[in-house]
Design a protein. Structure first.
Length: 124
């Protein structure tokens, strides 16, 4: 190998590493933006669920103050428990869906870029 060939090979390798580094930096920026958006969506959903659950609890207390008999209290409490169980089940499914989407949206581009980078480096 001549000095010129060695220098060209070094330059080409440097260019590939620079390209990979630049791509990784852009990927990190995009990943953090995606993570921030996903965390915001989950946070909003948590606040909405909290409001819904506290509104239901306040409605129960209001209804309990209007109860005339212990039988009315038991009926109100049973109905509340059923509705809250259904609400919690729905909320859990929504959180699960958001979390799965968050993980997929955040990790897929990283995985794809890592695979591409290693593939490009093997070609070199």
């Amino acid at each position: 190998m001549t000095t010129t060939t060695t220098a060209k090979a070094a330059h080409d390798t440097h260019a590939k590493f620079k390209s990979a580094t630049d791509g990784a930096a852009a990927l990190l920026e995009d990943t953090f933006a995606t993570a921030r958006e996903g965390a915001l969506a989950i946070g909003v959903k948590v606040l909405d669920a909290g409001k819904t659950n506290s509104d239901a609890s306040f409605a129960l207390v209001k209804d309990l103050f209007g109860a005339k008999t212990m039988s009315d209290v038991m009926e109100l409490q049973s109905a509340f428990a059923r509705k809250q169980f259904e609400a919690f089940s729905t909320q859990f499914k929504e959180f699960q869906g958001l979390t799965e989407q968050f993980v997929t949206d955040t990790t897929k581009p990283v995985t794809d870029q890592v695979e591409k980078t290693f593939k490009d480096l093997k070609v070199a």
